[in-house]
Design a protein around this ligand. Structure first.
Ligand SMILES: [Zn+2]
Ligand SMILES: [Zn+2]
Length: 375
């Protein structure tokens, strides 16, 4: 049986490991179509099962389709799943817990979420890159024949002299056991609290959350958007020295530290391109954890209104249309009145009035829906 939270990818690999057969064979046993690039296919299936794939899997496993959909990203309610595009630029890497990838280990669907920053089992921050070969972690690259090993390549693609055929020598795979990658312990209790709640909504609220998300979830996502896009954190106090150092430290390009718009240090990767040194951002679960902890200062406080104003500085006003961009569910529509003050400051009077009109319409629609149900 799949574990609560488990991803389809993890479950299929777990079954293959248990029965000592390879991944493509396991997929065929489960009635899942597979061609040569099975990791990519399995990654796609984990994103979404088509009705016919879901029927086949139901027939092979005896598990009802509703339960099977909980193994896929499409079947759970939370936001921002648009990272499975097969590229490895900056933030498209996923975060993962190295220890959970010990062979026979199983991994959860919420690793795909942008709020995935810690592992509640091992109580450490997640990582998103292999420290040896610097490859980003992506399930579509996980190899079935070497479970838990890094599938990245060592060296630069342009290393080595091309041979007579014009081809460069094949690069060696990194093959580092991922479960041995060092991690940093989490010492901020608010992060565990937030993680616990988000995980709860993801596994239980599901489809219902999509239509009437809970108040806390709306507040969390509204404030998170404020922190990640439109405001700078002005006061931050985390009991975790790792996070606090990211707030009080100074950015230093030379040593690879830049500052995010919210005000936390984030690592940059420096590379030389034709004599120029340039840097690019990478997904960093610890920077993300700083932002989530700052969100927690507000949404876990008793007086959200006061803490929002003392924690955040709005950088510049934002139009409502811009503010709405990128929300899969427009959470601010059901945010608490305690956040009205800061939303009013962000959107300006006109924008805030427009938001209120949206809210009134949404309320009317939901009343209509429940009246229809009763009638
Ligand atoms: Zn773990
Ligand atoms: Zn590696």
């Amino acid at each position: 049986m799949p574990l609560a939270d488990e991803s389809l990818f993890s479950w299929v690999d777990h079954l293959a490991y248990t029965y000592s057969i390879d991944r493509p064979t396991m997929m065929r046993v489960l009635g899942l179509p597979v061609k040569n690039v099975h990791a990519f296919k399995l990654s796609q299936l984990t994103a979404r099962l088509t009705p016919s794939e879901a029927r086949q899997l139901e027939a092979a496993t005896g598990l009802p389709q509703d339960e099977l959909s909980l193994l896929t990203v499409d079947g759970v309610a939370d936001n921002n799943y648009d990272r499975d595009r097969g590229t490895d630029t900056a933030k498209e890497a996923w975060a993962f817990c190295p220890k959970c990838l010990t062979p026979a280990g199983r991994w959860p669907l919420w690793w795909y979420e942008s709020w995935a920053v810690l592992c509640p089992i091992h109580q450490t921050y997640l990582v998103s890159y292999c420290p040896d070969c610097e490859s980003p972690f992506r399930p579509a690259d996980l190899r079935g024949d070497t479970p838990g090993m890094c599938s990245g390549f060592l060296g630069h693609p342009y290393d080595g002299q091309p041979g007579p055929s014009g081809r460069r020598p094949k690069r060696k795979r990194c093959n580092r056991p991922m479960w041995e990658i060092n991690t940093t312990p989490v010492a901020d209790p608010s992060l565990f609290e937030i993680h616990h709640r988000l995980q709860y909504f993801m596994t239980r609220g599901n489809r219902q959350q999509r239509h009437s998300p809970s108040q806390w979830l709306c507040d969390f996502h509204t404030v998170r958007r404020l922190v990640s896009r439109w405001t700078t954190v002005r006061s931050f106090s985390s009991p975790d020295p790792t996070l606090q150092a990211r707030f009080s430290g100074k950015p230093d390009w030379e040593s690879g530290w830049s500052q995010s718009s919210s005000g936390f240090l984030e690592p940059i990767k420096l590379v030389s391109l034709g004599g120029f040194r340039t840097g690019y951002m990478r997904r960093d679960p610890i920077t993300e954890a700083c932002e989530i902890s700052a969100v927690g200062q507000i949404v876990l406080s008793r007086d959200m209104e006061t803490s929002a104003h003392s924690t955040l500085t709005i950088r510049h006003p934002v139009e409502l249309a811009k503010f709405k961009e990128g929300f899969r569910i427009f959470y601010p529509i059901a945010a608490s009145p305690a956040l009205d003050g800061i939303l009013n400051d962000l959107l300006g009077e006109q924008g805030f009035t427009a938001l209120t009109e949206h809210r009134v319409k949404a309320l009317r629609r939901s009343r209509q829906r429940s009246a229809d149900k009763q009638g």
